[in-house]
Design a binder for this molecule. Structure first.
Ligand SMILES: Cc1cc2nc3c(=O)[nH]c(=O)nc-3n(C[C@H](O)[C@H](O)[C@H](O)COP(=O)(O)O)c2cc1C
Length: 204
């Protein structure tokens, strides 16, 4: 029985592209793998505290950090909804990372998390794709790629990117609606296919 750790961090509970795509992923995962387990953390509804002196000093001896690290260690796959806020990830997701990354325990050499597949749904209002004017302002994919590979040595990391989500509400972006819709449709397809492939690989 494979376990999926599903984390959402979008502030809005409704109308969220990342929540939509992570839910497509979870549905497909469970269809493929009905006895699979999904552990869910909604970091917007139930935020974790910021790392403080006690937590930073105690490392794996801190109860909450140990709980989060155990939850991550028990996951066969991880799914993260990571909307872009002010060019980077939600502060709630950063709080989770600061607590769960424990050097010498689950991070650093021979990390037990290195082989865990991660899928990140990086939703964003604009486009930061290569060649776009704001390419250099992208600190969601760039950051998460660095932190997950640099701290845990993750080797299986895939980003699904529903972008231009503001096209429907920002008048200046109206002409981008077809691109936004194509991006959302592709993200849904990619999430469904990735979940199915992962679930069948892990169940085998
Ligand atoms: C506080 C805040 C800051 C945002 N900053 C950016 C930004 O820097 N770049 C961008 O493209 N979109 C930005 N957006 C738009 C969101 O990235 C967009 O609405 C995205 O779809 C949010 O993810 P969700 O749909 O999964 O909730 C911001 C939205 C909020 C609420």
């Amino acid at each position: 029985m494979a376990t999926l750790l599903h984390i959402d961090s979008a502030v809005f509970p409704e109308g969220s592209a990342s929540r939509d795509i992570t839910s497509v992923f979870v549905k497909s995962w469970l269809e493929q793998h009905p006895e699979g387990k999904v552990v869910y953390r909604d970091l917007a509804a139930s935020p974790l505290p910021h790392l403080d002196v006690a937590a930073a000093s105690a490392g794996a001896g801190h109860a909450l950090r140990a709980e989060l690290a155990d939850e991550l260690a028990a996951a066969d796959a991880v799914l993260i909804g990571a909307p872009m806020y002010n060019f980077t990830i939600a502060s709630t997701l950063k709080a989770w990372l600061d607590l769960v990354i424990i050097n010498g325990h689950n991070a650093g050499e021979n990390s037990p998390v290195a082989g865990t597949p991660f899928t990140v749904v990086a939703s964003r209002g604009g486009s930061y794709a290569p060649g776009t004017p704001r390419e250099d302002f992208e600190f969601v994919q760039n950051y998460l790629e660095k932190v997950l590979t640099g701290m845990f040595g993750v080797t299986d990391l895939e980003f699904i990117v529903p972008e231009l989500t503001l096209a429907h509400t920002v008048p200046a972006m109206t002409e981008l609606i077809p691109l936004a819709e194509a991006s959302r449709a592709k993200a849904r397809e990619d999430a469904e296919a990735k979940a199915k492939a992962l679930a069948s690989r892990l169940a085998a």
